[in-house]
Every structure is written in structure tokens, then in C-alpha cells.
Write a protein that binds this ligand. Structure first.
Ligand SMILES: Nc1ncnc2c1ncn2[C@@H]1O[C@H](COP(=O)(O)OP(=O)(O)OP(=O)(O)O)[C@@H](O)[C@H]1O
Ligand SMILES: [Mg+2]
Length: 261
């Protein structure tokens, strides 16, 4: 599956293997959400895939406003919105996307919708968040079909779930995603000092690939960087590239140029 970043897909030998669990880790504002949305958007638009974007940090409105500001033509793909209520999803599954089998579509499950559904219910951190996240992914896969899952973010899911035995649950979560045959992108917040790649040290070992995004200030200019830290089953270059976003497109640059592979 292409990551839809010019230059970077070539570095990956065409893209990432499908049905793998991939992590996108980065510091605040390093464009984790935008890079992941870009993959889902392009796969729906160009390859008619069905993607689920779980936004646990931002509401639907805030995510859409950001993507509109990056000039994605949101009217060019079919977008549906769900919360975490399985009964509602089962009832509305045929109305969520217009023609998912032929045209694909993007399903967004966001915190705003979840909050609306759960008025008066307990929203404090508990393990239900974790189980509901798994349940919603499974339900969409089985009832509508699903090719891509973006979890924005695994860090937020950790906070909301405050799991007992998180390491064990995490192991089975990665296995669950792999068994489901979806290509998943788990977003993770990295501290600015880059002292660790993710919340738990196991996550980088459990995933099939790990993309790291960073922001640095150089000569009063913000520069963004992208690097593949790990890529199972590809012979990807582990060089660090400059990440550029212009005219609605991401590019990875090496020495100011799109790398020639
Ligand atoms: N054309 C652009 N080029 C570069 N950066 C941009 C552009 N448009 C917006 N941005 C910046 O991208 C940042 C937001 O990106 P995004 O929300 O994808 O990052 P994130 O890593 O998900 O952030 P967070 O840590 O808040 O989740 C904003 O700071 C915004 O100013
Ligand atoms: Mg984000």
C-alpha cells in the first residue's frame, strides 16, 4: 500500500506490505494526522478502498477543518460518520456509505460523536474504550468491509483505557489487527527530546513498520522530517528525508530533491 508521499514510496520499494500493522510516531504538530489522513484519502479516492479513521484526539469538525485547510477536496470521496455505539452502527450500516463495494469510502469515528452518544454515561478512563475500539473495527470489517484503519492515536487510547496489563493487551491488539486483514496505521506521540518512540517500549517491536516524523527549528524556519525506523519485509532506506507539503501533496526530499532510487 502506497503511503502517497512522493519520493518516499520509491524508498519503500512501492509502499508498505498490505495487512500489516504500522506505526506513525512523531512529536506534537509533526503532521501525524495529516500524513495518515493523506493515505486514507488517496486510497479511497484512487483505489476505491474502505478506510476507517478513528479520531480520539480531535472532533470530526476539527479534523475536517484541518484537512480542508490542506486543500483536500472532501466532496470528492464518500465520507460517513460513526460513534462507538454498536447497535446504532448495526442499524445504519447500509446507509453509512453510498456504495462501498464499488466506490469505497471513508468512515470517521470521532470523539465528538462518541460523546454525543454517551451523554449521561461514564466517560472516565476505563477499559471499555479499548474493547469498544476493537469492537467497532471488527463490526465495520464484518458488516461493510474494511481495508485501512487509522487509529489517531494509540497514545490517546492508552490514556482513555488506563489498561491493567497494558503490555499483554497491546500484544493481542496488534495480533487482532493482523488477523483481521486490514492495513493499519497507529499514531503515537513522541516526546520532544525523542527519549522514546512510543508510550510502551514494546510497541516498536510489535509493529511491522515504524515511520518517525519530527519538527525542527532551523534558522527561524520550521522544517519537518520523515524517516523509516523499521520496515519488515521491505528493503527500505533508513535515511532521514525532509517532509514537504505543497499544493495538496506530500513530498520526501533528500538534499532538496525527490530521491532517485
Ligand atoms: N501546508 C502546510 N505545510 C506545512 N505544515 C502545515 C501546512 N498546513 C498546516 N500545517 C501545520 O501542520 C500542523 C498540524 O498537522 P497535524 O495535525 O497533522 O499534526 P499532528 O502531528 O497530528 O499534531 P498533534 O500532535 O496535534 O496531533 C499544524 O501545526 C499546521 O499549522
Ligand atoms: Mg494529530
Amino acid at each position: 500500500m502506497k503511503v502517497h508521499i512522493e519520493g518516499f514510496d520509491d524508498v519503500l520499494g512501492g509502499g508498505l506490505p498490505i495487512n500489516t500493522v504500522n506505526m506513525i510516531t512523531g512529536t506534537t504538530g509533526s503532521m501525524k494526522s495529516s500524513v495518515s489522513f493523506n493515505i486514507a484519502f488517496n486510497e479511497v479516492k484512487k483505489n476505491k478502498k474502505i478506510a476507517l479513521y478513528i479520531s480520539l484526539e480531535e472532533t470530526y469538525e476539527s479534523l475536517m477543518a484541518q484537512m480542508r485547510s490542506l486543500q483536500y477536496d472532501l466532496n470528492s470521496i464518500d465520507i460517513g460518520r460513526v460513534g462507538y455505539d454498536l447497535a446504532t452502527l448495526r442499524k445504519n450500516k447500509n446507509k453509512l456509505l453510498k456504495d462501498p463495494k464499488k466506490k469505497g469510502g471513508l468512515i470517521i469515528s470521532d470523539l465528538g460523536q462518541v460523546r454525543k452518544e454517551m451523554v449521561g454515561k461514564d466517560l472516565s478512563p476505563n477499559e471499555n474504550w479499548f474493547f469498544l475500539t476493537k469492537a467497532i473495527i471488527k463490526e465495520i470489517k464484518e458488516s461493510i468491509g474494511l481495508d485501512i484503519v487509522v487509529l489517531d492515536s494509540l497514545t490517546a487510547l492508552h490514556v482513555l483505557s488506563s489498561l491493567e496489563n497494558p503490555r499483554v493487551k497491546l500484544f493481542y491488539f496488534f495480533e487482532f489487527l493482523r488477523d483481521l486483514e486490514v492495513t493499519s496505521f497507529l499514531l503515537s506521540e513522541m516526546p520532544h527530546d525523542e527519549s522514546k518512540l512510543s508510550t510502551y517500549e514494546e510497541e516498536p517491536y510489535l509493529c511491522d513498520s515504524l515511520i518517525k516524523l519530527t519538527v525542527s527549528n532551523r534558522h527561524r524556519k520550521v522544517s519537518r522530517e520523515i524517516a523509516m525506523v523499521k520496515a519488515r519485509a521491505t528493503n527500505a532506506s533508513l535515511d532521514v528525508f525532509t517532509l514537504d507539503f505543497k499544493d495538496g501533496k506530500f513530498k520526501a526530499l533528500y538534499g532538496g530533491q525527490v530521491p532517485l532510487v
